[in-house]
Design a protein around this ligand. Structure first.
Ligand code: HEC
Ligand code: HEC
Ligand code: HEC
Length: 208
């Protein structure tokens, strides 16, 4: 700061003096805005940021995750911390817990229904979405989903069960529609690890 001022005194042109001052004021303002935004985000409950301890490998105690009631004694004294129970769960290349592998390896065994009196009916066929611009095509695997979701979780409310019958776009997914009903909330987020969905190489290189 002092250094700058002494340059002005040394007779730099008026024009550049004004410019320098503008830059100073603007950068101070930007600094203020960033610090303020940072503070706001830091205070918000974790899940409302679209983050969960599992999405970035963050170590967040239950009492601070914005989901559990920190005034409930059980949260502090009885429940096992996820960072401990899920320490050895396999993760994908972005460090997010890969729940499909967790299920395959038998590390968890979800109940099919409340009383355990129903069974899952997995189906094994893929849908390939090809309207992906210059990105690789998207493979939607029914198997990985129907091992723990029933058909009615998706059909017909989220997706009409017809290939090409739903105008899915990336923007809508990020806004929480279509795949985004789950991805970004309970499944790996659409903003990371594009390749887990966009996994089918294109035949043509696409426009770039
Ligand atoms: C949860 C799965 C999923 C993830 C993760 C994902 N996408 Fe997509 N993406 C889709 C689907 C589904 C479509 C729609 C394809 C269609 O309609 O044929 C799509 C479409 C697109 C398109 C085409 C244009 C558009 O707006 O629809 C682009 C570009 C794209 N994605 C980029 C990305 C990038 C970049 C990432 C990572 C930051 C990403 N996607 C992550 C599922 C995903
Ligand atoms: C996680 C969501 C999800 C679940 C659960 C799900 N599906 Fe689908 N299904 C889709 C998507 C996405 C499509 C493709 C829609 C598109 O192309 O626009 C699809 C397409 C279909 C189609 C159309 C195929 C074609 O070639 O036209 C049928 C049939 C279908 N699903 C049956 C089922 C059945 C049966 C179940 C349960 C065993 C089931 N789905 C569970 C998401 C799901
Ligand atoms: C009803 C909820 C739901 C919807 C809707 C949904 N998914 Fe998923 N999806 C899941 C869950 C749960 C997992 C496993 C969680 C994880 O690994 O993070 C998963 C896992 C996946 C995987 C990983 C499969 C593997 O073998 O590793 C892909 C790819 C995927 N979803 C693509 C999609 C695409 C593309 C769409 C939209 C066309 C979609 N999903 C819509 C719930 C959903």
């Amino acid at each position: 700061m002092f250094f700058q001022v002494s340059i002005f005194r040394a007779g730099v042109k008026i024009n550049s003096k004004i410019c320098l001052w503008r830059i100073w004021v603007m950068s101070l303002f930007a600094l203020f805005v960033f610090t303020w935004a940072g503070a706001v985000f830091a205070n918000e409950a974790l899940w409302s940021r679209g983050l969960h301890f599992q999405t970035e490998g963050e170590v967040i105690p239950l009492a601070e995750d914005g989901i559990h009631d920190p005034t409930n004694q059980a949260v502090v004294e009885v429940l096992q911390e996820p960072v401990e129970s899920m320490a050895d769960f396999p993760r994908d290349e972005k460090g997010i817990i890969d729940w499909v592998k967790v299920l395959d390896q038998g590390l968890i065994e979800p109940r099919e229904s409340l009383y355990g009196d129903k069974e899952m009916y997995p189906v094994d066929f893929d849908i390939i979405f090809t309207n992906t611009g210059s990105m690789p095509h998207v493979r939607f695997p029914h198997l990985a989903h129907t091992e723990w979701l029933s058909c009615s979780n998706c059909h017909p409310a989220i997706f009409l069960p017809q290939k090409g019958g739903n105008p899915v776009t990336m923007a809508q997914i990020i806004e929480g529609k279509y795949c985004g009903v789950c991805h970004g909330k309970v499944a790996f987020p659409p903003t990371m690890n594009c390749g887990r969905c966009h996994s089918v190489p294109r035949k043509s290189p696409g426009l770039r």
